[in-house]
Design a protein around this ligand. Structure first.
Ligand SMILES: *Cc1c(COP(=O)(O)O)cnc(C)c1O
Length: 457
């Protein structure tokens, strides 16, 4: 008999969690103004808000924390970390930052000027925030396949070279760089193929435009290249990662994802001029360049996390769990962005709560219903997150309206996946009784989804 698949780790420490009652959840959700970001974590049973900073570190990472060098300048921890970044990404210059958006802040402070245009395959919300707050414009150039959630194609995160070229031609001299996000978080954790990475770089470079890789889930992207793209089956994840970065000009990294640490990020580049320029913004915003917003112990844990999370077994365990949840949703006929992504399942809320008009935010409503059903906290990646057009101030209803079930790394078991799928099935079964959504009572001028106050209609 062929042995079944099992996790490539065993559990050494546990954290108790508790299921609440429906009455408790109703009260808590109302107090949170129907925004799950405003819930207390202890009011949540299974927390799928994000896979960012929520992973479980390994015993080796914890051991490295004890060896952290907290010297202000030139700590051994920095050099350990720098050596790993050089090895995995082939980048010579490294600036640590306290998380991914801080890396964006430092690099974009140097590169982005008012009126610039920055194309990308669905900019992440903080990335877009850092572009728009500098009065520059982010233009989405993701391939059209990404818009159809039911289409099964292997690399739905790809850049449309046609759309990209149009932006490059129309904005000649005004594009400081292009942002290539791997995996493409916003359209459902969908990977970008190696072929598309190379073609995107070639096209940008033809117009003299550098490429910045938004790298939060680079290792998951490498896993998908290995398992889905011709010619990569026999390459290691580390070989693939190195190849992904061969033509890239710089990277920003949220280490809270594929670095498997609770806090951290960095910028890396081979461009000495950019390094020197970004350094000037690192010191006032983040800290001196050998710690840049991180502790020595966290740099050590990150160095180990990057090495571990570029091993096939670790990635296979993780992506297998996400695929398992997807298989349960298939069984219950719950529509989601196909094929299953790397770090999350993106449920197609529009298709489930089809009676709720756009203006009442179906995905946000589904987030509330899933919490009420079983204390599961998911995240809206839809019309609320899409926010308003910075010029017209109209809601942006052009994209997808999704509910994201983000799976933290090495945290939940397959039994938890069964609870999640069953809870969604129950919501699905009573969907005809859910006819009204939510309305905004208060919102912030930028990145409103974190703090928005809603009422239930
Ligand atoms: C999380 C993320 C960021 C921002 O990183 P933080 O560590 O949350 O600040 C940027 N880009 C992508 C694609 C991300 O997933």
């Amino acid at each position: 008999m062929k042995l079944p698949f099992a996790e490539s780790w065993k559990i050494k420490m546990v954290e108790p969690i508790r299921m609440s009652t429906l009455e408790e959840r109703k009260k808590w959700l109302a107090e949170a103004h129907y925004n799950v970001f405003q819930l207390k974590a202890e009011q949540v049973y299974i927390d799928l808000l994000t896979d960012s900073g929520t992973g479980a570190m390994s015993d080796r990472q914890w051991a490295e924390m004890m060896l952290g060098d907290e010297s202000y300048a030139g700590a051994t921890s920095f050099y350990k970390f720098e050596a790993v970044v050089k090895k995995i990404f082939g980048m010579q210059y490294v600036i640590p930052t306290h998380q991914g958006r801080a890396a964006e802040n430092v690099l974009f402070s140097y590169l982005v000027k008012q009126g610039n245009v920055i194309p990308g395959n669905a900019h992440f919300d903080t990335t877009k925030g850092h572009i728009e707050s500098r009065k520059a414009k982010a233009i989405d150039v993701t391939c059209d396949e990404a818009k159809d959630t039911q289409l099964e194609v292997p690399f739905k995160g790809n850049v449309s070279l046609e759309k990209l070229e149009k932006v490059l031609v129309e904005n000649k001299g005004n594009v400081p760089f292009m942002v290539l996000t791997v995996t493409n978080n916003t359209v459902g954790g969908q990977p970008v193929s190696m072929k598309n990475i190379k073609e995107t770089c070639a096209l940008c470079h033809k117009y003299g435009v550098p490429v910045v890789m938004d790298s939060a889930r680079f290792a998951e992207n490498a896993y998908f290249i290995k398992t889905r793209e011709e010619g990569y089956a026999d390459k290691s994840i580390k070989e693939i990662a190195l190849e992904m970065y061969k033509d890239i000009d710089a990277m920003t990294m949220s280490a809270k994802k594929d670095g498997v640490v609770n806090m951290g990020g960095f910028i890396a580049t081979n461009n000495k001029e950019w390094y020197e320029g970004a350094k000037l913004f690192c010191i006032p915003f983040e800290g001196y360049v050998t710690y840049g917003g991180m502790n020595g112990r966290d740099l050590n844990a990150l160095a180990v996390g990057l090495m571990e999370n570029t091993e096939y077994d670790m990635l296979h365990t993780r992506i297998h769990q996400v695929a398992y949840l997807a298989s349960l949703l298939d069984e219950y006929k719950i529509p989601y962005q196909r094929p299953a992504g790397g770090h999350a399942i993106f449920v197609d809320a529009d298709k489930i709560l089809s009676k709720i008009p756009k203006e009442e935010f179906p995905a946000q409503t589904l987030t509330c219903e899933l919490y009420l059903e079983a204390g599961i906290r998911a995240c809206e990646i839809g019309y609320m997150l899409a926010d308003r057009d910075p010029v017209t101030r109209e809601n942006r209803f052009g994209g997808l309206d999704l509910l994201r079930l983000a799976i933290p790394r090495r945290v939940y078991t397959d039994n938890h996946m069964q609870v999640i799928a069953a809870a969604l099935k129950n919501v699905m079964e009573r969907r005809d009784s859910i006819t009204r959504g939510v309305a905004i009572e208060w919102e912030a001028p930028l990145m409103r989804h974190f703090t928005v106050k809603l009422k239930r209609l």
